[in-house]
Design a protein around this ligand. Sequence first.
Ligand code: AMP
Length: 214
Amino acid sequence: MKIIMLGAPGAGKGTQAKKLATKYGIPHISTGDIFRANIKNGTELGAKAKVYMDQGLLVPDELVVCLVVDRFKKSDCEKGYVLDGFPRTIPQAKELDEALAKNGDAVEYAIDVDVTDAEIISRMSGRRACVGCGATYHVKSVPPKKEGICDVCGANLILRDDDKPETVEKRLKVYHDQTQPLIEYYQAKGILKSIDGSIGLENIFKEIVKIVEA
Ligand code: AMP
């Protein structure tokens, strides 16, 4: 089962990707998480990526594609995977298709979680991330038990630089300019499925399950 999750930053695709990965026993591959882990571990890749991430810009394609293609080589990807945050540009999508085609493979579903910009801005300004383990919360919809403290590891919760309102607006512009064209790209391939992202977490998940089990 090879699934791509599409949608604007903050549309909820990460949450759905994690739920899918758990339900079907396949890895959840988030390029954003990979970059954040690299930043935390002080790697060269992390330092390069951070410059772009902090400004709400996309990390250059050449720093992203090899990373993902390498990740596919791990044995846990044999049954498939859920890609979250990749591809984010047409060149990334084409490179992904080419890399998969070498093994006679292809993406099976591109699932777009559709949410308005106004809703995205309101959601992201309330998002909080743990500085310790990276767990994410929302001040209204998924609050931690104790304000400002992670339920999982007890470390502090912060508003990530890339979730700050001015950065979110820039990320939305980047999304519309560079990532939204993927919707047409996958539509043309006949594998695009669009879901209304305002129907609630559980309903969105049910819709996705219906699609992949049809
Ligand atoms: P995310 O957690 O998926 O929202 O990603 C956070 C940030 O990481 C993005 O705003 C980009 O700067 C960077 N990033 C993640 N995935 C990609 C990708 N496929 N291509 C380029 N930049 C990416």
